[in-house]
Design a protein around this ligand. Structure first.
Ligand code: ADP
Ligand code: MG
Length: 287
């Protein structure tokens, strides 16, 4: 039978905004050795501001408009940010043939023109030459009918709670704190340095994230476990594969809540060390 403490543990955790889907996860949480975070929306706010617009062939306003139209069916944090930067209503009748390619971006027809908005991988896939210089942020390249039309440079801030979370994890003797991201090496390394993470793996497609997770799972010791923390956008398979999949509910994604073992109702990464500490208490393990 399950000791009463497991029930009170679940109740106590839920009062702190941490939903543990089963008492069996306390054991895995308490034995966490490796914590793997997603970047966008997990360690960073997931709310990108536009820093720079560099348009060719079309005006800057037109570039943002075309990107916003192409992005209007996506629920990726990047699309939300571009829609906000455009700030006007979208005439959905103008949009057809929408295709979202995870880890790349979107392609859609806007008034019959083929608009592609996404990263370097998307431009490469389409065989479109693009601006390849180093920029301080996340780059959304835009092409119109397969002709490069410029880029929108966006940037996302690290959550103020993230540094606190990492410090707490280090205090609870977590061996490795790792970040996986589909974003560029440049952006990933900056976040990693700022937060003092053990390691950053960047430019990963959703399938690469699963592969990397498998590799990291094999680095835990016998009883030790790996916790993955993500928002579920393009990473639900990783959430499902981890010993403990933790979804950050701040942005709210059904896929994440479904795939996760633990759901954090707020957008605070510091709930992760808190969940680990609650689990240790439930199992009577001192730090
Ligand atoms: P992460 O959560 O680590 O950023 P994703 O797989 O969600 O990983 O995205 C990886 C990269 O793919 C993004 O940094 C961006 O360059 C590109 N991307 C994904 N979705 C979109 C989108 N809707 N519009 C533009 N770019 C996108
Ligand atoms: Mg993500």
């Amino acid at each position: 039978s399950i000791p009463l403490t497991f029930f009170s543990g679940i109740g106590g955790a839920s009062k702190k905004g941490i939903l543990v889907k089963g008492s069996n996860y306390f054991e895995a949480l308490a034995n966490t050795e490796i914590v793997v975070f997603d970047k966008t929306g997990t360690l960073t706010k997931g709310v990108f501001g536009v820093k720079e617009v560099h348009a060719k062939e079309v005006s800057e306003e037109e570039l943002i408009k075309l990107a916003a139209y192409a992005e209007s069916y996506s629920n990726h944090p990047i699309s939300q940010s571009i829609l906000k930067a455009y700030g006007k209503e979208i005439d959905k009748k103008a949009i057809t043939d929408v295709e979202e390619i995870s880890g790349h971006g979107v392609i859609a027809r806007v008034n019959g023109k083929k608009i592609a908005a996404g990263n370097a991988k998307l431009m490469k896939k389409l065989g479109i030459p693009y601006f390849d210089g180093e920029l301080a942020g996340t780059v959304v390249h835009v092409a119109v009918d397969n002709i490069y039309a410029g880029y929108i440079l966006i940037a996302d801030d690290i959550k103020s709670d993230s540094a606190h979370a990492i410090k707490e994890l280090k205090n609870s003797n977590i061996k490795q704190i790792i970040m996986l991201t589909g974003d560029s090496v440049n952006v990933g390394e900056n976040v990693g340095k700022e937060l003092g993470l053990s390691k950053v793996y960047a430019e990963l497609l959703p399938a690469d994230k699963v592969e990397k997770l498998e590799e990291l799972l094999s680095q835990t010791s016998g009883k030790g476990s790996l916790a993955y923390v993500g928002d579920g956008i393009n990473d639900a398979p990783v959430l499902a594969r981890a010993d403990v999949g933790i979804a950050m509910g701040g942005l709210g994604s059904d896929a994440a809540i479904e795939a996760a073992d633990v759901v954090i109702m707020t957008d605070e990464p510091s709930k992760v060390p808190l969940a680990i500490n609650i689990a240790k208490k439930v199992l009577g393990i001192s730090n």
